[in-house]
Design a protein around this ligand. Structure first.
Ligand code: ATP
Length: 319
């Protein structure tokens, strides 16, 4: 093994840079070179490579986004395009690759492994929608950002006896909504994983106001429906002063939290060790707080298991 190539792909997530830094510093410690591949698989095929040194990644632990940039490049699903990528890697003496991204990106890592370039996938997405892992890099920062925004929304909601329907990210996965909903004391958490009764939610809000509450907060996962549409539905069952709010892309940015920095660093360090052991075609995940691996192929038939008990706890605590 000579040189590791590393790329970030799909949506950016806070902590991706911390993982790149960990890979670089660990690899250098073991006498290996590291090459940053810019713009995901598009940059791989174009040969957009930069040498990474301990010095140029050093401060990256605190930087949000991805300094290697990301790209959507669907062409990489084609075998002849993948082969072009492999040619570029060989030309630059790169014989292993670490991919930080979502499950789409893992397809590329598996393809490279099958073409003789051992590759490891690290879960980099705020959505926490990857099978066989309870955590993805960026999840914690996104949840904290959303929670802080909701705390502020509650201040204004309370001042006007208002209800807010707050849309949080996560695509078809309700994990951000479940965590943020519980952490911000929401009156209801609405996610794609569970059916919901909008009339019951309206009744609960009415009871709350009657009993002296001065605000109502509903956390709506983006995979369910638009916040404005949910608001319109809700208003059919009660006359509230109600606003819809979409927190949006601010959830993707910002300096990573301690949890994201530590987990990204552990995962990057672990990925280099897997490559040193001659492993490839594996996805790194976290189960019960411990790092594990699974064959990437196994992930494609599996669904991510959400911690749905968070919703049960929230329901038990709301009248
Ligand atoms: P996120 O969850 O943040 O969107 P993702 O990795 O799932 O991340 P995708 O857009 O699905 O995002 O995939 C990222 C990139 O991975 C694609 O633009 C493409 O370059 C590559 N990719 C996706 N599917 C495949 C595939 N079947 N074969 C090879 N490469 C793929």
């Amino acid at each position: 093994m000579k040189r590791i190539g590393i790329l970030t792909s799909g949506g950016d997530a806070p902590g991706m840079n911390a993982a790149v830094r960990a890979v670089t510093k660990t690899a250098i410690h073991h006498g290996l070179g590291v090459v940053g591949i810019r713009y995901g698989y598009a940059g791989l095929v174009a040969g957009d490579f930069v040498t990474l040194t301990a010095e140029n990644v050093d401060h990256m632990i605190s930087a949000g986004g991805t300094f290697l940039y990301s790209a959507r490049y669907p062409e990489f699903a084609q075998k002849e395009v993948q082969e072009k990528g492999v040619e570029q890697l060989k030309k630059h003496d790169i014989d292993t690759v670490i991919v930080i991204g979502g499950d789409g990106s893992y397809h590329g890592a598996l393809a490279l492994t099958r073409l003789g370039i051992n590759s490891i996938g690290l879960p980099g997405t705020i959505d926490n929608d990857i099978p066989y892992t309870e955590y993805t890099i960026g999840l914690d920062t996104a949840c904290n950002t959303a929670m802080q925004a909701i705390d502020r929304i509650r201040d204004t909601a309370s001042s006007h006896h208002r209800v807010f329907v707050v849309n949080v990210m996560g695509r078809n996965c309700g994990d951000i909504a479940m965590r943020v909903g519980l952490a911000s004391g929401a009156d209801a958490i609405v996610v794609p994983e569970r059916s919901y009764d909008i009339k019951a939610i309206a009744e609960r809000l009415k009871r709350g106001f009657k009993d002296g509450k001065d605000n109502g907060i509903i956390i709506l996962a983006e995979g369910v429906m638009d916040a404005a549409d949910f608001r319109a539905e809700l208003l059919k069952y009660g006359e509230f002063d109600c606003r819809a709010n979409v927190i949006g892309h601010m959830q993707r940015g910002g300096a990573p939290t301690v949890t994201d920095r530590i987990n990204a660093t552990k995962m990057g360090n672990y990925a280099v060790k897997l490559l040193l052991d001659g492993k490839g075609g594996l996805a790194v995940g976290m189960e019960n707080g411990k790092l594990e691996t699974h064959d990437i192929l196994d992930l494609f038939d599996e669904k991510h298991a959400s911690e749905e008990s968070l919703i049960d706890i929230n329901e038990e605590m709301t009248k």
